[in-house]
Design a protein around this ligand. Structure first.
Ligand code: 5AD
Ligand code: SF4
Length: 424
């Protein structure tokens, strides 16, 4: 989402007198688009601001902080003396950026705008994209779910969907520009609604656009997964056969405390249903270990779901309290750092084994691969791309180029990806 937002910011600033430079040593203004979802994201940004100021050696460059941290850490960003932040703009304030920058240039005083909006969707801004292969397209912004650990509803505001026709129009333009893949984005992407049109309707409409060959989306919430959506994913040939389905925890007790609104059984059933409707689909997930009061028994439930669902990959995080959230206010962060480490290591090891086994099952199969880039680190002729199940594949070839679809026969597999030979 932040990459997409940076593309919006680029468009907003390019319309005014600004231009972008390749190297930050040539910049008069440096902006960091920040994430606040976990505490170490915040820590990294503070470290980076100090490093940038240090490297500038007193050069009068303006530093701006954009994104979630602008809303989360505004006081700290504006009042910490030698941090040297000049302006901050929250996720709904990007249209005001040209004015904010002008003001700080004129007055030499810090400027800021981090007010959240109930309506801003930036649907009138066409992002300045660079990728050429996958285009991010935000279809909604904000979130109303208030999972008790999560800062997103506080820093990105209430959920609002973009207008259906505007999204379709944007993707038609992307198809004309030659983009073969779009990834629809939203904090709770599958709760998308515009009048009577819902998320499966949107995927179906986009799939009618010539030139768009793959449709991906991130991240859905298990609570908004009706059979209609499962059918579209399984049966629409343009829908990629991968679902990122955040689990967060396996214990129903913890899920309740997280306000996730589903149970362990509910999640397992949903994953089973998706696999039954679409054999071979890849399912990946997010998991938090060490949520307040998580016992060994609760953790075992998470291990159990990982074993039963056999995810293709899992992003596993240690719980960190976020300011303003219900979990921070109501629950003590009582799982020790050592316990969190022990659990994350254990889960990562288990997941690595499962990912490896899942990937090995693909050895001998032929996969349609969308080439994403030439791997220049290795010897010449090494290409990297993705299967229709979103797995990375590397292979050697002569006359290939990024953006091309090719068939690759899988020869070997690790936990993290596949290797194969081009089928001619
Ligand atoms: N602590 C740890 N992980 C978190 N996430 C969100 N909030 C927290 C938190 N307070 C994780 C969730 C989410 C992913 C983007 O970040 O797993 O799906
Ligand atoms: Fe955060 Fe939950 Fe919304 Fe995802 S669904 S952004 S975890 S509040």
């Amino acid at each position: 989402m932040n990459e997409y937002d940076s593309e919006l910011v680029r468009s907003i600033l390019l319309k005014k007198k600004f231009r972008f430079v390749e190297n930050e040593s040539n910049a008069d203004i440096i902006m960091l688009n920040t994430c606040s979802v976990r505490e170490n994201a915040n820590r990294k940004i503070i470290g980076l601001i100090h490093k940038i100021r240090h490297d500038l050696k007193g050069k009068p460059v303006l530093i701006g902080i954009l994104g979630c941290m602008a809303a989360d850490k505004k006081e700290e960003l504006l009042t910490t003396k030698n941090l040297g932040v000049d302006f901050i703009a929250g996720p709904d304030s990007y249209k005001k950026l040209p004015n904010l920058i002008e003001e700080v240039q004129k007055t030499k005083l810090k400027t800021f705008d981090y007010a959240l909006s109930d309506t801003e969707t930036y649907s009138d801004i066409y992002p300045t994209r660079e990728d050429g292969i996958n285009a991010w397209v935000a279809i909604s912004r904000g979130c109303n779910n208030f999972c008790t650990y999560c800062i997103v509803p506080y820093v990105r505001g209430r959920e609002r969907s973009r207008d259906f026709n505007g999204i379709v129009k944007e993707i038609k333009k992307l198809a004309k520009e030659g983009y073969p893949q779009v990834t629809l984005l939203g904090q709770n992407v599958n709760s998308y609604k515009d009048g009577k049109k819902d998320f499966p309707d949107l995927i179906n409409e986009i799939s009618k656009i010539n030139g768009i060959k793959r449709i991906h989306f991130m991240s859905p919430h298990p609570k908004d997964f009706p059979d209609k959506l499962i059918k579209v994913i399984a049966n629409n040939p343009k829908s990629i056969k991968h679902v990122h389905l955040p689990l967060q925890a396996g214990s129903s007790r913890i899920l309740k405390k997280m306000n996730r609104t589903y149970t362990k059984q509910g999640y397992l059933k949903l994953a089973e249903k998706i696999r039954a409707a679409c054999p071979g689909i890849a399912i990946t997930t997010d998991i938090i270990v060490g949520f307040p009061s998580e016992t060994e028994k609760d953790f075992k439930d998470t291990v159990d779901v990982v074993k039963k669902t056999r995810f293709d990959a899992a992003f596993i995080f240690k719980y960190s309290p976020r300011s303003g959230t219900v979990a921070t206010k109501k629950y003590k962060d009582d799982v020790s750092p050592d316990k969190k480490t022990e659990r994350i290591v254990k889960l990562n090891e288990l997941q690595k084994e499962i990912s490896h086994e899942n990937n090995q099952k693909l050895i001998g199969t032929t996969q349609e691969v969308l080439i994403e880039f030439i791997d220049r680190k290795k010897e010449a002729g090494n290409f990297c791309g993705r299967t229709k199940t979103n797995k990375t594949v590397s292979f050697k070839a002569k006359d290939c180029a990024p953006k091309q679809f090719v068939n690759v026969k899988i020869k070997s597999a690790s936990a993290f990806g596949l290797k194969g030979d081009l089928v001619i």
